[in-house]
Design a binder for this molecule. Structure first.
Ligand SMILES: *Cc1c(COP(=O)(O)O)cnc(C)c1O
Length: 366
């Protein structure tokens, strides 16, 4: 008999340094702001406050910076990503932009698998970070193509839609929920009545839902969902196999299938938001804030306005928090372009009136 030793410990120093590089990057970065959204005098009188967690101030410009950091740490600590591993992701854009940044930080090759229709601006952002874009025809092809490519190149398929919910430390470690609650601590209503978010991977809603249960907050979690998405019909039917097979027109949220990272059991309420409502709300909020916000922020605000109108009618004071997930300047050719809006068949007049009435007196009429 001979003792067999097969030692891989030489790998460890590279991984150790990679984790340090990601942690050092976080150490150099500031937390994102929690902005107050200016509601009217009626809201002041009723003691209702609305806050926007501004996720655009991350280095890579969106909420996906948190996800990309978590996915890289998770993959490194699981031993899935090592020195020289090609990292591959299926992404409609923002996740790939943020992952390309972290891949560059670690000196790893990065390939984003995306549909041909992805905006040239996002492709340029990925390529600027040294990433490569690999195109497919249809949105539902990205998953299998990313897995195939990883197999072919001996790389690692990051798979945000599967791993988003477990890659983030939901008990704390400065996740988005812990950050929101600590930033609210000196406000009039430090425990929000509602937190309203959209779902793309579902990771953000999973983190927030688990955190509020773990900390035993009375806060309720509302998930807003755009047209064509599977999350709302799946939630209503109690069936994760529901598939619309259709792409959402609100970038970043809404999926053709119920993604594995979406955890319906911890969502207190879901609201289906018409796409015209999302776009109208994004445009109005942009002019109020003096800066453009993305389409999914419009979806979030439409949902937040609805719960606030409900609180007002019930005579309840309190706070509501939602997310400013990405910058509207990424959508100058779409949501902020009148010609695109018209040719896409949207009539923004009715939802604009709904939002304007709400902002004037807190009532909600569609
Ligand atoms: C990804 C994304 C979301 C949703 O976040 P998840 O944690 O993936 O559910 C919302 N808005 C934008 C702009 C996004 O890119």
């Amino acid at each position: 008999m001979t003792t067999i030793v097969h030692d891989r410990s030489a790998d460890r120093s590279w991984v150790d340094n990679a984790v340090r590089l990601i942690e050092a990057d976080a150490r150099r970065s500031a937390d994102t702001h929690l902005l107050r959204f200016p509601l009217g005098e009626w809201a002041r009188d009723a003691g209702i406050d609305l806050y926007l967690k501004d996720e655009t101030t991350h280095i890579t410009g969106s909420l996906k910076h948190r996800l990309a950091r978590s996915l890289f740490l998770y993959s490194l600590c699981n031993g899935w990503v090592r020195e020289g591993t090609t990292v591959i992701e299926a992404s409609s854009g923002s996740t790939a932009v943020s992952e390309a940044y972290f891949a560059k930080l670690l000196g790893l090759p990065f390939v984003a698998v995306m549909t041909k229709s992805t905006s040239p601006a996002k492709v340029a952002l990925i390529e600027r970070e040294g990433g490569t874009c690999h195109f497919v025809d249809r949105a539902d092809e990205v998953y299998t193509e990313a897995a195939r490519l990883a197999d072919e190149r001996g790389g690692h398929y990051m798979d945000q839609f599967t791993h988003a919910e477990c890659a983030t430390d939901w008990r704390g470690n400065n996740n988005i929920a812990e950050s929101i609650f600590s930033q609210l601590s000196l406000e009039e209503h430090p425990e929000p009545a509602w937190i309203v978010v959209g779902a793309g991977t579902g990771g953000t809603s999973a983190t927030i839902g688990r955190y509020i249960r773990y900390r035993r907050h009375a806060t309720r979690l509302c998930v807003v969902d755009p047209e064509n998405s599977s999350f709302l019909p799946g939630y209503v039917a109690g069936d994760c196999t529901v598939q619309t097979g259709r792409s959402s027109r609100i970038e970043g949220i809404g999926r053709p299938r119920v993604e594995p990272s979406f955890i319906p059991e911890i969502v207190d309420r879901m609201v289906g938001v018409p796409d015209a409502g999302s776009i109208a709300a994004a445009r109005i909020a942009s002019s109020m804030l003096g800066r453009r916000v993305g389409g999914s922020t419009g979806t979030n605000l439409w949902g937040a306005f609805g719960v606030i109108a409900e609180m007002l009618q019930a005579g309840r004071s309190g706070s509501v928090v939602t997310l400013l997930a990405d910058d509207g300047d990424r959508y100058l050719d779409t949501y902020f372009d009148d010609a695109w809006v018209t040719s896409s068949g949207f009539d923004l007049i009715p939802p604009t009136l709904t939002v304007e009435r709400f902002l004037a007196d807190g009532s909600w009429r569609e």
